[in-house]
Design a protein around this ligand. Structure first.
Ligand code: ADP
Length: 206
């Protein structure tokens, strides 16, 4: 069991996945909220049965899996449906993440959640690590990665906490802006992760 849970968060396109992958080099267990959210509505799950009961059979695909786009559209248009779904899924996601953190084998583990603060998950972790980036670069990188236009990215950003609000919750910050130098950005990010890794190990042994 890990002795320390680090919550890793940041806005869309800030670099959470990139940073988490760098921590993997140190064999750190990563618990990803998006993956857990998919696991708990897997075929045959209690949550999927409840969704079928509440919204109807047509929210399932022919192969019995959840019709995600249909459900996403529904909750986008219907606040009551969104509230119902959140009330069902959030406690399940939370307890499954806690279970996976408890089963983690590395000295500390990372819980990666885009909405760590928005959903109150920060209360379940020991320390909060925020990946921070300027809004201009955030938009630029997300547009390139997701092939989205600026307005789409800005709409997603609006549904997330504002940069300065998020930073108020940070115990640690990784700045992930592009710095133009001869060595490129990636080695710099690697060294920032390495420094944090050392700090976390020190924290456990202190
Ligand atoms: P998140 O998981 O927070 O949404 P990603 O880790 O997917 O963000 O990063 C968003 C995009 O920006 C990806 O295409 C990624 O390759 C790129 N990226 C991340 N960090 C850097 C960096 N330091 N320099 C250049 N590109 C980066």
């Amino acid at each position: 069991m890990s002795n320390l849970i680090i919550g890793l968060t940041g806005g869309i396109g800030s670099g959470k996945t990139t940073v988490a992958n760098l921590f993997k080099r140190y064999d750190i267990d990563i618990i990803d909220a998006d993956i857990v959210a998919r696991q708990i509505v897997a075929q045959g799950s209690h949550a999927l049965d409840k969704i079928k009961e509440h919204f109807g059979h047509d929210y399932l695909l022919d192969d019995g899996q959840l019709n995600r786009p249909k459900l996403r559209t529904k909750v986008f248009q219907d606040p009551a449906a969104k509230a119902w779904l959140n009330a069902l899924l959030h406690p399940l996601i939370r307890s499954e993440m806690t279970r996976q953190c408890q089963n983690a084998k590395s000295p500390y583990c990372l819980l990666v959640a885009p909405l760590l603060i928005e959903n109150g998950l920060y209360k379940t972790v020991d320390k909060v690590l925020v990946v921070d980036i300027s809004e201009d670069e955030q938009i630029q990188r997300t547009m390139v990665r997701d092939n989205n236009d600026k307005a789409q990215v800005e709409a997603i950003m609006k549904s997330q906490l504002a940069r300065e609000q998020r930073l108020k919750f940070a115990d640690y910050i990784i700045t992930n802006n592009t710095i133009t130098n001869n060595t490129g950005e990636q080695p710099l990010l690697e060294s920032k992760v390495e420094a944090l890794h050392r700090q976390f190990i020190k924290l456990i042994s202190s």
